[in-house]
Design a protein around this ligand. Sequence first.
Ligand SMILES: [Zn+2]
Length: 69
Amino acid sequence: MENRCKLCHRKKRENSEYCPYHGKAFDNLREAFERWKRAFDIDWDDYLRQIAENTETGEWARDVAESLM
Ligand SMILES: [Zn+2]
């Protein structure tokens, strides 16, 4: 089971806890956070909450955000 993504049944990427889809979503989340932090002075937890509550957040990103909260 340790070859599985933390969030779904897919095989995880090397050096990652996630499959390619959730891994990409996680990378995007982290990148976007750097911008948000500068623009809104927001911390990681608040950021994750915003992402999870945003209706325009994609399914992959929401999975990741909710799992990190
Ligand atoms: Zn996954």
